[in-house]
Structure formats: C-alpha cells, structure tokens
Design a protein around this ligand. Structure first.
Ligand SMILES: NC(=O)c1ccc[n+]([C@@H]2O[C@H](COP(=O)([O-])OP(=O)(O)OC[C@H]3O[C@@H](n4cnc5c(N)ncnc54)[C@H](OP(=O)(O)O)[C@@H]3O)[C@@H](O)[C@H]2O)c1
Length: 300
C-alpha cells in the first residue's frame, strides 16, 4: 500500500523527467530539405500565430517573399516585424484576409494578383476549431466556411497564377480528426444538428477531399497539391473550448511546439521530387508512411 502511494506521489516527478523523451517520440517528423527559395513567392493563411507563423518564418528564412494572409492586420504586422528581424528577410508582407467573408477573400485575391507576378507556394493553413454555432458572412457554418470553403475559393481565385508560376504547390492543412468527419449534404450548414467537435472533423475531411479532387483536375498543369496532419500542436486552436485548453495545458510538455507542427507543411511545400505524390495525405507519423520516409526523418 505504501509502495503504491509512493509510486503515485512520484509519478508526476517521473513524468516531468521523462517529458523531453516522450515529447521527442511524439513529435517525430522534421523537414530535412535544404532547398532555398530566393525568387519564390509564398502565401500562408493564418500566419499570425501557431503553425502558420512558424511555417511563414521558415519560408522567409529560406529566402522566399512571404505573404502573411491574416484577418487581424495588427497581429500580422507584429509577426512580420519579428520574422524580418529573425531572418533578415525584409520580404515578409501582411495582407488582410478574412476567410469567413467571401468579399474579403475576393479583395485579397484581386490585390494579390495585381501586385504579384508569381505564386509558387500556397499554404491553406488558417483554421478554427470547436466554435459555438455561428455562420460566416455568407451564411456558411463557421468550420466548413473558414476551414474548407474559404480556402476553396481562395485557391480557385489564385489558380491561374499558380499555373503560370509552375512548378507550384498548394498545401492544405487538415487533421487526423478527418477520420471522424462525414459530409452530410442534407445538413452542411449544421442547421438540423450541430456538434462543435464534429463540425471541425467534417471540415477537415473536406480539406482532404478537396486536395484529392484538385490534384486530379490539375494533373499535367505543373501545380501539385497535398494535405497534411501537422500532429498535436500547442497552439491557440483550442481557444473556444475551456476543456481542450485545460487538456492542452496539462499535456503541453508532451505535445508539439508550433515549430515542430510546421514541419509537415514545409515538407510538402518545398521537398524536391514530391510531384509523384500529388494529392496524397501526409502525416508526421512516428512510423513514417512510405511517402514520408525520404525527407521527414523521425525525431525533431
Ligand atoms: N494545433 C493542432 O493540434 C492541430 C492539429 C491538427 C490540425 N491543425 C490545423 O492546423 C492549422 C493551424 O492551426 P493552429 O494549431 O496553428 O491554430 P491557431 O494557433 O489557432 O492558428 C489559427 C490561425 O487561423 C487564423 N484564422 C482563424 N479564423 C480565420 C479567418 N476567418 N480568416 C483568416 N484567418 C483565420 C487565426 O487568426 P487569429 O489569430 O486572428 O484568430 C490564426 O492565425 C489549422 O488548420 C488546424 O485545423 C492543428
């Protein structure tokens, strides 16, 4: 009895000691590509925090001109300054994009097309999770509207530029949660039934289906597309759920940092020779799927 009590008392201590090792095990997958990106142009949505911010930072580090497509310009500008200072790359630009409003998406695309000759990398990263029931400006359920439909429209509007800039890539940040997703055509806007957790899953499944169909339609165009699961990452994604916030806090020692979470998106955006895997889904798995084995090495 005393032994069990002692063990229970010491458990947090052992976990604390083992945390770096456990985290290393869980956060496998690092983009080992040495590709540099001078002259390349990239757009990252939701780049003012979390995985998007780290993805943008790494692309800037490699010399790309990076557009931070953010709904909050002030937050975006702060991050742009930070990235410029850290990387020495001044070509980090902030543009307003609210994926919950098709007017904003169209305005972003119009200005971008007028401003830029090329687009080589589009990373559809922004996302919301477990929001209370709400709708976008155009009446779409928020998860489906922002996570899928917003990015769907954005990609469509930028597609000609991507084709002109080929070889170019579109990376859609999905999630392992897609496994629980279903496309309920009779309840797409969640009006008949709504569950915040499942709504997220449905939208993440839509990301993967979109990737597969886009890949099929773009065959031979020089534009390739990939979907990714970034792993479980300590970010602001859980902001709408006090329970998830608490869980993230409790397990924060074991889950990925945003920098680790950015690795799979980066891998798909820059690794040479990935074109044959057009349309595939990548996840930073401990046991690398065949698609991951070359460039995503275990253990960050
Ligand atoms: N974290 C994880 O464990 C995890 C796991 C699987 C998949 N993912 C996926 O990874 C992606 C990035 O998430 P994260 O973990 O980095 O979360 P995050 O820290 O919450 O970042 C989400 C980003 O999306 C932006 N965003 C939200 N709504 C938007 C809108 N209407 N228009 C434009 N931007 C909007 C946010 O902007 P504001 O700051 O202005 O709100 C923020 O920049 C998401 O697609 C998420 O589904 C994350």
């Amino acid at each position: 009895m005393v032994g069990v009590l002692l063990l229970l008392l010491l458990l947090p201590f052992f976990l604390y000691i083992a945390a770096p090792k456990i985290r290393k095990m869980l956060s496998s997958g690092v983009c080992t590509s040495t590709v540099q990106l001078p002259g390349k142009v990239a757009v990252v949505t939701g780049a003012n925090t979390g995985i998007g911010k780290e993805t943008a930072k790494e692309l800037a580090q490699r010399g790309a001109r990076v557009y931070l497509a953010c709904r909050d310009i002030q937050k975006g500008e702060l991050v742009a300054r930070e990235i410029q200072t850290m990387t020495g790359n001044q070509q980090v630009l902030v543009r307003e994009l609210d994926l919950a409003d098709t007017k904003s998406i169209r305005a972003f695309a119009k200005d971008f097309l007028a401003e830029e000759k090329h687009l080589h990398i589009l990373i559809n990263n922004a996302g919301v999770m477990m929001c209370p029931y709400s709708k976008t400006a155009d009446g779409f359920e928020m998860h489906m509207g922002v996570n899928h439909l917003g990015h769907f429209l954005l990609t469509h509007l930028l597609l000609e530029k991507l084709k002109e800039s080929a070889p170019s890539r579109v990376v859609n940040v999905s999630s392992l949660a897609h496994h629980l997703g279903r496309i309920h055509f009779h309840n797409l806007q969640g009006e008949k039934f709504y569950n915040a957790g499942l709504a997220y899953c449905h939208s993440k499944l839509a990301n993967i289906l979109f990737t597969q169909e886009l890949a099929r339609r773009l065959k031979g165009s020089g534009v390739t597309t990939y979907s990714v699961h970034p792993g479980t990452v300590n970010s602001e994604l859980v902001r709408h759920s006090p329970f998830m916030k608490w869980m993230w806090w409790l397990f924060s020692f074991f889950i990925k940092t945003p920098k680790q979470g950015a690795q799979t998106s980066l891998y798909c955006a820059i690794t040479e020779g990935l074109e044959i895997l057009n349309g595939h889904h990548f996840r930073a798995s401990k046991e690398p799927a065949p698609a991951l084995s070359q460039g995503l090495k275990a253990n960050v």
